[in-house]
Write a protein that binds this ligand. Structure first.
Ligand code: CAA
Length: 281
């Protein structure tokens, strides 16, 4: 694989584009918003500067990495001739299915179609295409340039060749692949989100304040961030959506989002991106 398209220029999309370009792939970064694409390039440049400051990359590397990223506002133009598309658009099943239909329509027949979804069924996305054996989940973690894990999700029809190619590609960008089956929340969020939800319940019951809850989990469990700080970092709306997908997908009340989480999302308190969540920014 040499040429990769990334659909969606948000935090995850620009991080994924950054990493592929850093490892010598040509990247077509696609978003319907030209402003989002401009912001994404500025973000990649800022994160490359962090790597320069740490001595991992040089200024010349930064220039050559940025030159490897070409932006597009059209899926049709951006996915032609690529070997892999990683979709990192809004976490909404209908939007993703429509993007998968377009990816399938305009990409080469042997192009692999991957989704960075954090919990939506890969099998359902694959069923929106005529090539379900070439559809797979490639779930990166935020911040993409430094997190080592890629959770790889096989849909019901994903073939071995597709999985093997994506495992090899993940290693080629110096990340660690972990292959799992398709189920709501896969593994990462099936375990992470109930922990975050329980922290919100403990906070909401007044058992302790946010700082103390986070300190207990940071110092007691060696987590880099406490669960409430991490919820703010991920986005409270994203946490609520993932919990809802698991609640509905398993039909099990244990995954229902804590009422306080729902209230905060309704009040527009989404964490870092809105300026307030469990903390103020
Ligand atoms: N790009 C490149 N480098 C970055 C970066 C980015 N976007 N963000 C941070 N860094 C680097 C910094 O340069 C710094 O490097 P050094 O330590 O080598 O100097 C390092 O990461 C640490 O950054 P900071 O000093 O700014 O801050 P920190 O020490 O608090 O670490 C953190 C920040 C890496 C985010 C750390 O707190 C952490 O690992 N948090 C947990 C993150 C996590 O759990 N992510 C998964 C979220 S779940 C998800 O993504 C999936 C989902 O489906 C919801």
């Amino acid at each position: 694989m040499k040429k990769i398209a990334v659909i969606g220029a948000g935090t995850m999309g620009n991080g994924i584009a950054h990493v592929f370009a850093q490892f010598e792939f040509q990247v077509n970064l696609i978003d319907t918003s030209a402003t989002a694409l401009e912001k994404a390039l500025a973000n990649i440049a800022k994160n490359l500067d962090r790597q320069i400051n740490k001595g991992i990359l040089s200024n010349e590397d930064k220039i050559s990495i940025l030159q490897k990223v070409t932006t597009f506002t059209s899926i049709e133009l951006g996915v032609q001739e690529v070997d892999l598309i990683v979709e990192a658009a809004t976490e909404n099943s209908e939007i993703k299915k429509s993007i998968f239909q377009q990816m399938d329509q305009f990409a080469k027949p042997d192009c692999i179609l991957a989704s960075n979804t954090s919990s939506i069924s890969i099998t359902a996305l694959a069923n929106a295409t005529q090539r379900p054996s070439k559809v797979i989940g490639m779930h990166f973690m935020n911040p993409v340039p430094i997190m080592k894990l890629v959770e790889i999700i096989n849909g019901a029809a994903t073939d071995n060749e597709t999985t093997n190619n994506i495992v090899a590609l993940t290693k080629a960008i110096q990340k660690i692949p972990c292959v799992v089956k398709d189920a709501p929340g896969f593994i990462a969020n099936r375990i992470l989100m109930p922990m975050i939800n329980e922290a919100v319940y403990a906070f909401s019951a007044g058992i302790s304040d946010a700082e103390t809850i986070d300190t207990i989990m940071k110092l007691g469990m060696a987590h880099p961030m406490g669960p409430l700080q991490l919820a703010d970092y991920i986005g409270l709306d994203v946490c609520k959506n993932i919990l809802t997908i698991m609640h509905e997908g398993f039909n099990d009340a244990k995954y229902a989002p804590c009422p306080l989480l729902v209230e905060m999302v309704n009040a527009g308190k989404l964490g870092i991106k809105s300026g307030e969540g469990f903390y103020k920014y």
